[in-house]
Design a binder for this molecule. Structure first.
Ligand code: PLP
Length: 345
């Protein structure tokens, strides 16, 4: 096989969800947007459903199709983007719960699907999605009379526990929702870790389940091995790859592996990424190509047949740091060409 192999451990994913669930006294949903953070929404949702999860969140209505198909009618599937024009048929046919973000969405929903469940998303300072405090004041009575399934907001800085934005948003959320009878939700992964005053009735973890920061104690969920296509010896002074970007300073052995920026190995990792053979580090040398990487394997006793990019020696977050990004981006960019092996429940 000449494509990389991505191994997805659903038992680890379920264990991470359980660990996050055990940190709160309230209900715990699961966020499976962006195809389950790149790992396959249907597989992820199926494993979580078996573990007892009954409420899922997606970003847009179209993402709910695969989840509903896999899980049947029972679990609740909520849509962060709410009820856009054009979503009405999907929301009705799949029985989705849109998180309504504006007065327009609320009006549109009540007009087109008057008895259909919905939730409300409030903006508490992030200025991304949700009704602002004055808008909410104007429509709260009307909206609450329709018994929303959930009233939620989202934290902008929850992965920085000491950030003053956290207590500010908490106070705003309380100001907007204290005393209502609808269930409330403020916390994603970061919010769960901030403590019980952030938990309310439901939490919505994503990244922590998938093994990423800020849930430091998460079990690893993915491994990525890349096959070596060719190995060659280069003399001191020879150059490797596009732009002659790397030059050997000693007689070297270079392994060319399958995987490149088209597979989510970002080009910024040129000359920066490390791959591993067991515990031995093998640096990426020269530029990341679309489909290939060149790796210095001079220090290995034997030419390797594969090298590991994500594994025990290098987590998703380690790789993200090398690429100047976050684990969320590394996961959601994992390419469609990898052979995917999913194991666990
Ligand atoms: C993505 C998202 C989540 C999940 O966040 P994580 O940081 O991955 O746990 C929860 N709520 C909203 C509104 C989101 O957009």
């Amino acid at each position: 096989m000449s494509t990389g192999r991505l191994t997805i451990d659903l038992d680890a994913l379920v264990a991470n969800w359980r660990a996050l669930d055990a940190m709160t006294q309230c209900k715990t949903a699961a966020v499976v947007k962006a195809d389950g953070y790149g790992l396959g929404a249907a597989n992820v949702a199926k494993a979580l459903f078996k573990a007892g999860v009954r409420q899922f969140f997606v970003a847009v209505a179209e993402e709910a199709i695969a989840v509903r198909e896999e899980l049947g009618a029972k679990p609740e599937i909520c849509v962060f983007s709410g009820h856009m024009k054009g979503d009405t048929d999907l929301i009705r046919e799949l029985g989705l719960t849109p998180m309504l973000n504006s007065v327009e969405q609320l009006t549109h929903h009540l007009e087109t699907l008057p008895d259909h469940p919905f939730g409300i998303q409030l903006d508490t300072g992030m200025n991304r999605l949700g009704l602002e405090i004055q808008e909410w004041a104007a429509v709260a009575e009307l909206a609450l009379a329709q018994k929303p399934r959930l009233v939620m907001s989202h934290l902008a800085c929850a992965d920085e526990p000491d950030h003053p934005m956290n207590p500010y948003q908490l106070a705003q959320f309380r100001k907007m929702t204290d005393g209502i009878s609808a269930p409330r939700s403020l916390a994603a992964t970061g919010g769960i870790l901030l403590g019980p005053e952030y938990h309310f009735d439901l939490t919505r973890p994503g990244i922590g389940m998938y093994g990423g920061f800020p849930f430091e104690k998460a079990a690893a969920v993915v491994e990525l091995d890349l096959p070596v296509i060719q190995v060659r010896d280069v003399a001191e002074g020879e150059v490797v790859g596009y732009g002659n970007a790397w030059q050997a300073t000693r007689p070297s052995r270079i392994a060319t592996v399958s995987g490149g920026y088209a597979d989510g190995v970002m080009r910024i990792l040129s000359d920066r990424a490390k791959l591993y053979h067991g515990a031995t580090v093998c640096p990426l040398v020269g530029r990341v190509s679309m489909d290939l990487l060149t790796i210095d394997v001079t220090d290995l006793p034997e030419p390797p047949s594969k090298l590991t990019l994500i594994g025990p020696q290098q987590s998703v977050d380690d790789l993200a740091r090398a690429a100047n990004t976050i684990g969320y981006e590394v996961l959601t960019q994992l390419g469609g060409r990898y052979g995917r092996k999913t194991f666990g429940k």
